[in-house]
Design a protein around this ligand. Structure first.
Ligand SMILES: O=C(O)CCC(=O)C(=O)O
Length: 288
């Protein structure tokens, strides 16, 4: 297993638990994440990724609210996303299970072991007009527990204009679990339950919360708590904005069905209220 490029500091762990988000600069070898370029490219145009730009168009044509930037004069880029590539593709399996990332998750979450929940690819080509709607990951995951995180690993230089992720500081400590949405729109997934996400931009303007974002390079990783509210901008730059998000669970997590949230076929052996079944959610790291 490859090593982390440096130790995680106590301050970084405390930042994660205080703010619900920490950016770990230069934590992995940039070549590790860049080695995922070809596997990501191979997904384009296949049924393994969803065209979220087309979904945004369909929702907008239906009169739904789809917050987007102006269409650029030149070619419009596509937002595509896919999930659970580790099940089918060795490169994704190694990235999620055998890289330093599980150990980083375990140390940040202060967990004695780490399960892989899923990987996901989130790619915004230059000229992508869709925003990623404000959401909280927990409403999409059939789990209960406090040690659940997402590690967002960029393959490109990412800035606000290319679609960096924005996080509401400390929102992982808010009381509610929010209803999951369609990702390019605040329209909720039918049949799901939970509270409505508050208007965090208006709250930030009133000084009631703080929103942060980070410029990142390949080798940097942001880690956010599964209850942290976050969203991302369009990609108005001329650079690609590709990322792989890895979702990991820790030692306090049990399975909890969330009505209406997407179910995974390979999770059919999970037992309500029990620790995760390690055949389907592999244990990818244990503390020595
Ligand atoms: O990459 C994006 O646009 C959003 C990322 C995100 O929401 C996540 O990884 O949880």
């Amino acid at each position: 297993m490859e090593a982390m490029r440096r130790e995680i500091t106590t301050e970084e762990i405390e930042t994660f638990w205080r703010d619900g988000i920490v950016c770990l600069h230069e934590i992995i070898d940039p070549q590790l994440v860049l080695s995922m370029s070809d596997p990501i490219a191979a997904l384009v145009g296949t049924a393994q990724v969803a065209d979220l730009s087309a979904m945004g168009d369909a929702l907008a044509a239906n009169g739904q609210d789809v917050p987007r930037s102006e269409t650029p004069a030149d070619a419009r880029g596509q937002f595509f996303a896919g999930v659970d590539h580790w099940l089918e593709h060795e490169e994704f399996r190694q990235f999620a299970c055998q890289s330093p990332l599980p150990e980083i998750a375990g140390r940040i979450m202060r967990s004695d072991l780490v399960y892989l929940w899923e990987d996901s690819v989130l790619s915004k080509e230059p000229g992508t007009i869709e925003r990623t709607a404000w959401h909280q990951d927990m409403g999409y995951f059939h789990v209960s527990g406090n040690k659940v995180c997402t590690m967002w690993c960029p393959l490109d230089s990412v800035t606000t204009d290319s679609g960096s992720v924005h996080f509401v500081v400390g929102s992982h400590l808010w009381d509610d679990i929010y209803q999951p949405n369609l990702f390019v729109s605040s329209v909720v997934i039918p049949g799901t339950v939970g509270e409505q996400i508050p208007d965090v931009e208006a709250m930030a303007e009133r000084g009631e919360c703080q929103i942060v974002t980070f410029d990142t390079e390949p080798g940097d990783v942001t880690v956010h708590h599964a209850r942290t509210i976050h969203g991302a901008g369009p990609n108005t730059s001329e650079r690609h904005r590709r990322a792989i998000s890895l979702r990991y669970c820790g030692d306090d997590v049990v399975y909890l069905t969330r009505p209406g949230a997407p179910l995974k076929e390979h999770h059919h052996k999970m037992v309500e209220g029990a620790t995760l079944n390690s055949e389907d959610c592999p244990i990818v790291w244990r503390r020595n």
